[in-house]
Design a binder for this molecule. Sequence first.
Ligand SMILES: NC(=O)c1ccc[n+]([C@@H]2O[C@H](COP(=O)([O-])OP(=O)(O)OC[C@H]3O[C@@H](n4cnc5c(N)ncnc54)[C@H](OP(=O)(O)O)[C@@H]3O)[C@@H](O)[C@H]2O)c1
Length: 266
Amino acid sequence: MTKRIAIIGGSGYIGGELIRILLAHESVELISVSSDRYAGKPLSRIHPNLRSQTDMQFVPRSKVDDDCDLIFLSVPHGTSQELVKSYHERNIKLIDMSADFRLKNRELYPEWYGWEHTCPELLELFIYGLPELYRGDLTGATFVAGPGCVATSAILPLWPLIKNDLIEAEHIIVDSKIGSSAAGFEPSLSSHHPERSGAVRPYSPTMHRHTAEIEQALGRGRPVTLSLSVHAIEMVRGIASTAHVFLKDSGVDQKTIWGAYREEYG
Ligand SMILES: NC(=O)c1ccc[n+]([C@@H]2O[C@H](COP(=O)([O-])OP(=O)(O)OC[C@H]3O[C@@H](n4cnc5c(N)ncnc54)[C@H](OP(=O)(O)O)[C@@H]3O)[C@@H](O)[C@H]2O)c1
């Protein structure tokens, strides 16, 4: 059955990717895409790769058709909380791409994001949207929190090792190199091409926000401690993360490690 889907925040980078993927999905009808800045303009004005794919136009956020099966929120951190409150009251299914509902413990928000959560009672309703780890919980979920980009690049390679108890879970070091699109389409001094070109810059040597969600996702009941450093490099898309881990038993051979990955992702 075709699902009717709307997107709030369709002019940004995540919005653009969502539109591209959903337009190509045979079981989806994209019914409404918002942008306050570009309301009334064709989607392809901002996402030229969609030129031959759709003649839809952006609508203002207030005019998004929410008579639908699912809404994606692809808006900045901190802004989706208010939107989620209203959709929760109307029990509308949604996937929030921001960090606002990724963490279960409300006390982590002031620590990692610098603000108090405005609707902490809703945190427990959200499933972390990483199918490789939470596929069962995601089936039939009403509220999903899309995982962070750096977080995804660290969780997926580490999970088989943690799950099989092969490494010291409280002694993990991750070093990530990240492209410029992660910062969204709003230019800043650090993302502007002349500043970024030719440079490797440690933009978050400690206290990167995704540390909290990586520890939460990998932990699942046991303590996981991570030291994460993120570098901005001259690249647009993509993240390369290197994880340094310490085997619990130095006798573990390569075959066992390959086996853990094959079993999980084969
Ligand atoms: N970029 C990535 O690689 C990446 C990866 C994973 C997760 N995320 C998360 O996904 C979300 C979107 O990221 P992005 O990179 O696409 O950001 P972006 O390029 O800056 O786009 C933000 C979008 O939100 C809309 N917007 C801005 N303020 C708003 C508000 N107060 N209420 C509703 N809509 C608002 C903007 O449209 P108008 O102002 O025109 O309405 C725009 O469409 C963020 O929370 C981000 O952290 C991003």
